[in-house]
Ligand binder design. Structure first.
Ligand code: ATP
Ligand code: MG
Length: 285
């Protein structure tokens, strides 16, 4: 059967429900703090009473579980090969967060096929009522998977550090998402800022360029200060929110989580877990 027809039937059988807020976290340049942001924001959200699912979407080279010292038995590869169901694959993280782990070193998953995307979407939708927020750690760069997860999410958060290469790569990511997929709204998190003023300066640089040359709006959602407790926690394979809850980085994660949860969810056209099929249909990817 024609793929569009299959997807349409699927969509009709699964009426839209917008319960889970879906936020993707990307960066352009690697190593800027996406995974730490995802994990620690997730813990901050759970402390606010929210049920959080983390999707490690760095599919072939995932390391969210490593950062947390977990050794999950199964990963997304088992799910997509039909060897395990979604409940079996979800791993328990700190503070009650659930994690869908990626595989590591599996070449086939570095670029998901249309069928695999649809399969993943239908598995995730079965969890719609169980989570308030799903955060997707997309991995770095502008690969097909990264672009796909960003356009599938309701809200796109770009992580950047004050380093010039990180700034140009963040800009490049937004430019590609605009030109290829029409994305016009981005949230910016400045990580490893030496102080709050530097966070705002980095934001200004990016938003000025984005407004002037791309005519897109970039929203500042705050900075996470450079804090050696983050590095210490990474070395001990624990989240800094667990090990050093009063540290300055943690205060920032808490502020950002509050900022996000107070802002209304975005994306009238992109809703909840039922996002994937819409993206297939609406944008013909
Ligand atoms: N706020 C911070 N203060 C100090 N160091 C930090 C901070 N955030 C991240 N780091 C350091 O940066 C390193 C990389 O962070 P992380 O793994 O979260 O980046 P990433 O963007 O997910 O990387 P990748 O692109 O490889 O997935 C961490 O191991 C940590 O040492
Ligand atoms: Mg990472």
């Amino acid at each position: 059967m024609d793929q569009a027809v299959t997807l349409m039937k699927y969509a009709q059988a699964n009426p839209a429900a917008r319960e889970t807020r879906v936020i993707s976290v990307s960066s352009g340049k690697g190593g800027v703090g996406k995974t730490n942001s995802v994990v620690n924001l997730a813990i901050a959200f759970t402390r606010m009473g929210k049920r959080v699912l983390l999707l490690d979407a760095d599919l072939g080279l995932g390391n969210l579980d490593v950062l947390l010292g977990l050794a999950p038995r199964y990963n997304i590869g088992h799910l997509l090969r039909g060897e395990r169901n979604i409940k079996e694959v979800l791993a328990d993280g700190p503070g009650g967060i659930k994690i869908l782990p990626a595989s590591s070193g599996v070449q086939e998953l570095t670029s998901l096929s249309a069928e695999e995307r649809l399969a993943l979407a239908s598995h995730l939708e079965t969890l719609e009522s169980e989570f308030d927020i799903m955060i997707i750690d997309t991995g770095a760069g502008i690969s097909d998977n990264v672009l796909f997860f960003n356009m599938a999410a309701q809200e796109i958060m770009v992580v950047v550090t004050p380093e010039p290469t990180s700034i140009t790569d963040a800009y490049a990511l937004m430019k590609v998402l605009l030109h290829k997929h029409g994305e016009r709204r981005f949230k910016l998190l400045v990580n490893e800022a030496r102080n709050r003023k530097e966070g705002i300066e980095v934001y200004r640089k990016i938003s000025l360029a984005a407004e002037r040359f791309l005519s897109i709006s970039v929203e500042y959602i705050g900075c996470v200060l450079l804090d050696e407790n983050v590095q210490k926690s990474v070395a001990r394979q624990k989240a800094v929110m667990e090990l050093f809850p009063g540290s300055k980085a943690c205060q920032c994660y808490e502020e950002i989580a509050r900022e996000i949860s107070e802002a209304p969810a975005e994306g009238a056209l992109k809703g909840g877990m039922q996002f994937f099929w819409r993206q297939f249909l609406d944008r013909n990817i």
